[in-house]
Design a protein around this ligand. Structure first.
Ligand code: PMT
Length: 406
């Protein structure tokens, strides 16, 4: 995650999950952002301001009547500097005071004074979380434009099990970076393939597969949101065009290959998420094939391997696009992904076990492993989260190459 040139103000509430806010602050610093911290008095009972001071490298605002910080109107300067205010943990009490518009501590006062987006990460006991007054308060804040991440479910600090756990720091950081409109792919051109191809047998029949296009569209949408200029070459899908993406619609593997060929030289990154048919009927009949009495034989020819073609053309070339392929497999997924990495000469292969629930074709979630010559990382979750992880992996590789744009 990239927080470069961004200031995140972290408002820490008084709950046991306050210790997790330290990790959140560290993630912003790791992403080269500036983190400034305000704490409620109650929060300081759980974590010392000194801890946040050490992580952020700045003074922590706690006391609105501290002559030293208020000499420069500390609470207002904090609010002015913020590109985003994250309140974590947002306790039931803090949520109520934010809703009421109170300004009785460093966090609520800062929240009243900011003009940037506000992200709340609620955390409380599950009984409190379910209380209608808490839900009403949050609904009112949402209606006022506040964003909310979590809470997660699981075992709580007091032993109860249910909703109310603070979202993991990583998840809060991802939500924060989305709200900030992380533009770490600005100036980059990205080409993505998505969806199935259709190889006609005759005018009313074709060979295809169950790809919905969701995985590739997620990569295209996320890359565009992160500032890239994106071209999406899509097989037939029912999905709407992702915002800000140039979409080229094709039917067959041959057409997809031609569209990719036309664009690839100008690209910094290619991501092949399409489920391209490996075979097509050797001859497509111009008219509907009539039903006979006996068996029919369909002779198949190989289609062009788009990814392997790009690998043969660009692998090792300094000015070629970074190449990312997928490997959809039902067994020996990692081993076969490694074979594809080598055979198709890619920088990264996204190994996708297909055929089980929650991953692969059609659904909104996926379970993949990012396989390179040196690394193996497993990612699971919504397809957009998988797309973010793929692009996060690519970023340092791209940084070593000059952008094609301009
Ligand atoms: O579209 P969804 O419903 O969201 O489903 C997502 C997905 C399962 C389709 C996606 O995550 C995925 O795994 N896509 C790759 C599917 C596939 O064709 O895998 P493969 O192992 O057969 O191909 C390996 C790679 O070569 C892929 O990057 C593929 O795009 C590419 N290829 C394959 C054949 C071919 N003729 N040309 C190619 O470029």
């Amino acid at each position: 995650m990239n927080f470069q040139n961004r200031t995140v103000v972290l408002g820490v509430g008084g709950g046991i999950a306050a210790y997790k806010a330290c990790e959140l602050a560290r993630l912003v610093v790791k992403g080269r952002g500036t983190i400034r911290v305000a704490m409620t008095r109650a929060a300081t009972r759980f974590v010392q301001p000194l801890t946040f001071q050490a992580i952020s490298g700045g003074l922590v605002l706690v006391d609105l009547f501290d002559p030293a910080s208020e000499a420069t109107y500390g609470h207002l300067s904090l609010a002015r500097s913020a590109d985003l205010l994250v309140v974590a943990p947002a306790t039931a009490d803090l949520v109520a005071r934010l809703r009421a518009g109170m300004a009785d501590d460093a966090v609520t006062t800062t929240a009243l004074a900011v003009t940037c987006p506000v992200l709340l990460a609620p955390a409380m006991n599950t009984r409190m979380w379910r209380n209608p007054v808490v839900q009403e308060n949050l609904a009112a804040l949402r209606a006022r434009g506040f964003h909310v991440v979590g809470p997660g479910a699981g075992e709580l600090a007091d032993g109860d099990v249910g909703e109310g756990r603070l979202a993991e720091p990583e998840e809060i950081a991802v939500a924060a970076s989305r709200l900030l409109g992380n533009l770490d792919l600005a100036g980059r051109r990205v080409l993505v393939t998505a969806g199935p191809t259709r190889e006609p047998i005759d005018p009313v029949r074709f060979i295809s597969n169950p790809s919905s296009g969701k995985m590739g569209y997620a990569v295209a949408a996320v890359a565009a949101r992160r500032g890239a200029e994106v071209t999406l070459v899509s097989g037939p899908t029912v999905l709407p065009d992702p915002a800000g993406v140039k979409v080229v619609r094709v039917e067959t593997a041959e057409q997809m290959a031609k569209a990719v060929e036309a664009e690839s030289a100008a690209m910094d990154l290619f991501v092949g998420a399409a489920a391209v048919s490996d075979y097509r009927p050797q001859r497509a009949s111009a008219s509907k094939i009539k039903k006979g009495t006996g068996e029919e034989t369909l002779v198949l020819s190989r289609t062009p391997d788009i990814l392997a073609g790009l690998g043969a053309r660009w692998a090792g070339a300094k000015d070629g696009p970074v190449l990312v392929g997928f490997a959809a497999e039902t067994e020996e997924v990692i081993a076969r992904a490694r074979e594809k990495l080598k055979a198709k000469r890619c920088d990264l292969v996204v190994a996708n076990k297909v055929g089980g629930p929650g991953a692969g074709f059609g659904g909104d979630t996926n379970r993949v492993a990012l396989v390179s010559t040196t690394e193996l990382a497993e990612i699971e979750g919504p397809k957009e989260k998988v797309a973010e992880a793929i692009l996060d992996w690519i970023l340092p590789v791209l940084e070593g190459r000059r952008p094609k744009q301009g």
